[in-house]
Unconditional design. Structure first.
Lengths: 451, 426
């Protein structure tokens, strides 16, 4: 499996003027690329992938509203192999941006909508460009639909409803911008995901007008039943865990427990550093001007004092830059992985739950011995279900770990870079001040008064 | 009676009168004698009220310089003094040389502290910095062209027993001007020398700006400490995290080590900065010494003005008596007009007394004027010397501050370059 690290962060958009076609291989109109609709794969020029796509194109039975619901039988190998091609950035055919937050005031509530622009060359999309407005609730809906459809896949994190600690006001510009960036990342991570990218609800989310989306939302199982899945899963795991859990998943569980702990602490540390840097910045703002004030009552040393004031002011600005770097890069990524750790714990629990369904049916069979045939068929289905879930999770886990490593590497390297630039800037400032002083110095060698 | 002796009346084993220019003259004490405050020791004893107290004693070591140049190992003399004795010495110098900007002592109590430093006088860091400050004080006095010749100062350095008694015997406390008198003069003086008025304003500004600077500097130091130390937490967590990672483990672990180094580096950086703060503090206290010289001038000037005023009124009285006219109101004059004239003999007697007083007064005024001019001249000479010293020292301090910042930046660059390399290998 070629498992190179993907390009971190949202993929670059095609140039504005060029349109979709500019960066992608030519797509004959009407040709469906999506495996679901059974079109030939020659458009992708991926010779070694054709086998996979052949497999998919046969599964025309899967062409319905929801992709890959757990009750469907899908060959496990096809799921794993599908992992590969979606991660090649040059082959991306779905570009999403989230921007332009707008406030809406009604009699009942005030809320923000975001503009979601989608540009695509995929056949199953009727058009190649869409512009819709979505509010946070809609994103929540999408996430829960994806979780429902793919209980053992790792669904990317959504920004939280409220941020309690910073006491950021719900509609402050900073809050809205942070949320917008996170929503943008959310959708792009889904688009990057080999399986989720073809989810039908995802498509509807990107393309449907407001009223269409509302009516679509009303269909399907209610909110409570959606919540129920994870709740039941958590409950069953609380009741004593899973007996026959494969070693691999126990290892994953142990890993996630520690990872979750560590990432939470790192998040706290990073926030604390930001806070300390902000306080330092506030004090520095006052520090420089005092030297300027002093220079007003001096003659001989006025220049030196002004020089020091200017250095301190420059270092102050450099600190501000450093802080901005932290809040734009490291803080959001750490926060996402805090959310990811919760998501992953949930995924592991859901997998366990699926397995426990199988286990309890097997136990029931062992006890009852009657209706053997009926049970065998059910058990067969459950066994498939478990195998699918396990394979899906394993593949997604590997992918997640790759991305995590990549994200962490880039986030911390960026932080180190930030600090390097800060110190380099300050160094240059003070060195130039020093140079100016030693040039003016009248060679005061013997300060005999001075001990 | 003249208030200020221009130099110590005691015979000193020194040659010609030292030059009062910027540099310390070749025959000042600092050149002849090596002076250090080398140790500090905690002591317990009984104070004036027979209560037990703990205090710190400082060891003053002196050694003649000449014999060193000849290759001989000269003996080191030493004695112990406590802070209150230094204070006594300084008060003596202040009263005895009011025209001199007397070097200040290091602070009595730790001020402008930031959270790490203890405000406790017994704290070893504070004691150490005070030791350095006391040594600095002695060296400044020893390099001062006028002060270095003082016998009491010399005895302070060399005579362990009976020094306190010696100082008190000079009776300097009696010569000290009362605070109230000085305050009164400040408000009422009419024609002080403009230069002293300007100097007074300067010293007020200097005090105010340096205090402000020191306060903010302490806060900045506090915050900087926080930033560095929180990074130390990364070290611990990276190490724990690396235990569950296969590929990322090494990079995390080694990056964590660099974070620890970073966090630890702030302690030395801030300790060095304390010395810079001490240099500024010295000039904060010097501003007070400048102020004292200005106050002395105001007092003398006020005295002079009062004496002149008194003389004028006496002259007027005399004239009135002589001519029989009354230009100024006096109760005595009034009553005598109402209740009967004076006899010519009585008047003569009065005139005679007044004339004597007037003559005395004129002599006094002359000598006061002379005193005043001498004071202004010698004070201003020392002030010029002080100004040059201050400019030199402060410029040097600012440069050393820049050097400290540069060193801190270089350390930061090194640590973060190393950390970046580790992170990129994750």
């Amino acid at each position: 499996m070629e498992a190179e690290g993907r390009v971190p962060g949202p993929p670059p958009l095609p140039p504005a003027g060029g349109g979709i076609g500019a960066e992608l291989p030519a797509i004959p109109p009407g040709a469906a690329r999506a495996p679901l609709l059974g079109a030939p794969a020659e458009v992708l020029e991926l010779d070694d992938e054709e086998d996979d796509l052949e497999v998919f194109s046969k599964d025309t039975s899967l062409a319905e509203a929801n992709s890959f619901s757990p009750s469907m039988t899908i060959s496990p190998s096809s799921m794993i192999n599908q992992y590969k091609f979606e991660d090649e950035p040059e082959l991306r055919d779905l570009f999403i941006t989230v921007d332009d937050p707008e406030s809406h005031i009604t009699a009942i509530e005030t809320f923000i909508t975001y503009r979601v622009i989608t540009k695509t060359s995929r056949g199953e999309f009727d058009s190649c460009e869409y512009e819709v407005r979505r509010r946070y609730q809609d994103f929540l809906w999408l996430k829960s639909k994806l979780e429902e459809a793919h209980p053992t896949l790792i669904i990317p994190p959504l920004p939280e409803k409220f941020i309690m600690k910073g006491m950021v006001e719900r509609f402050s510009d900073e809050f809205i911008e942070t949320r917008r960036k996170a929503l943008h990342k959310f959708l792009n991570r889904i688009a990057d995901h080999p399986t989720l990218t073809f989810n039908e609800d995802f498509k509807i989310f990107l393309t449907a007008q407001a009223w269409e989306l509302s009516s679509h939302k009303k269909q399907g199982p209610g909110l409570l039943s959606r919540m129920g899945q994870t709740v039941r899963a958590v409950a069953s795991s609380v009741r004593g865990g899973v007996k026959n859990r494969p070693e691999m998943f126990t290892e994953m569980n142990d890993y996630m427990e520690t990872f979750s702990q560590k990432i939470n602490v790192l998040d706290k540390i990073a926030h604390r550093i930001y806070k300390e840097e902000r306080e330092y910045f506030n004090e520095m703002k006052e520090y420089g001007p005092i030297h300027t004030l002093w220079s007003a009552s001096e003659e001989d040393i006025a220049d030196s004092l002004k020089g020091v004031a200017s250095c301190i002011d420059k270092c102050c600005k450099a600190t501000e830059k450093r802080m901005a770097g932290l809040s734009e890069n490291l803080l959001p990524i750490l926060h996402e992985y805090v959310l990811y750790s919760e998501i992953l714990m949930g995924v592991l629990k859901r997998r366990d739950h699926i397995q426990s369904e199988l286990d309890s049916k097997i136990d029931a069979l062992a006890n009852k011995k009657a209706d053997k045939d009926l049970f065998s068929e059910e058990i067969g289905k459950l066994e498939d279900k478990v195998e699918c879930a396990n394979n899906a999770l394993k593949a997604d886990w590997d992918r997640w770990k790759q991305n995590m490593q990549c994200d962490m590497r880039s986030a911390f390297t960026n932080m180190a870079d930030n600090n390097l630039h800060y110190y380099e800037e300050c160094l240059a400032t003070w060195e130039s001040f020093l140079a100016s002083q030693t040039v003016d110095c009248h060679g005061e060698e013997d300060s005999e008064d001075r001990p | 009676e003249p208030l200020i002796p221009m130099e110590s009346s005691e015979a000193e084993p020194s040659e010609s009168r030292p030059e009062e220019d910027g540099a310390a003259p070749g025959n000042c004490l600092a050149k002849k004698m090596e002076i250090t405050v080398s140790e500090a020791e905690k002591r317990t004893g009984r104070n004036a009220m027979n209560m037990q107290e703990t205090y710190t004693a400082y060891l003053i070591e002196t050694r003649a310089v000449e014999s060193q140049n000849e290759g001989q190992c000269s003996p080191v003399d030493s004695l112990w003094r406590r802070y209150s004795e230094f204070e006594l010495l300084r008060n003596y110098l202040l009263v005895t040389y009011p025209h001199i900007v007397v070097p200040p002592l290091p602070e009595k109590r730790a001020d402008f502290v930031w959270h790490k430093l203890s405000a406790d006088n017994m704290d070893p860091d504070f004691v150490e910095r005070r030791r350095i400050g006391l040594e600095n004080f002695l060296l400044r006095v020893a390099s001062h062209p006028v002060l270095c010749q003082d016998k009491i100062f010399y005895s302070f350095l060399t005579q362990e027993g009976g020094w306190k008694e010696m100082v008190n015997e000079t009776g300097f406390q009696l010569k000290a001007d009362s605070r109230l008198k000085a305050l009164n003069a400040t408000f009422r003086v009419k024609n002080p020398d403009k230069r002293f008025t300007e100097l007074k304003h300067y010293s007020d500004e200097l005090q105010s700006v340096i205090s402000h600077l020191l306060r903010v500097r302490a806060r900045v130091a506090d915050r900087l400490y926080g930033v560095y130390k929180v990074h130390g937490n990364y070290g611990r967590v990276f190490s724990e995290w690396s235990a569950i990672e296969k590929e990322m483990g090494d990079g995390l672990q080694s990056a964590g080590h660099h974070m620890d180094v970073y966090a630890a580096s702030i302690d030395d950086i801030l300790e060095e900065e304390e010395h810079y703060a001490d240099q500024l503090k010295e000039y904060l206290f010097y501003a007070e010494a400048l102020r004292a010289v200005c106050r002395k001038h105001e007092l003398m000037q006020y005295d002079l003005e009062m004496a002149a005023q008194d003389l004028t009124s006496k002259k007027q009285q005399c004239e009135e008596l002589a001519t029989g006219t009354m230009r100024t109101f006096s109760l005595k004059g009034m009553t005598s007009k109402l209740f009967g004239q004076e006899t010519p003999e009585q008047r003569e007697a009065k005139i005679k007394i007044l004339e004597e007083q007037i003559q005395e007064g004129e002599e006094q005024l002359k000598s006061k004027n002379l005193e005043g001019r001498d004071f202004v001249k010698s004070a201003w000479a020392d002030i010029e010397r002080f100004k040059e010293q201050k400019n030199r020292d402060l410029k040097e301090a600012l440069i050393s501050y820049a050097v400290m910042q540069i060193s801190m930046c270089k350390k930061g660059i090194q640590v973060w370059t190393n950390a970046k390399e580790c992170f990129s290998k994750m």
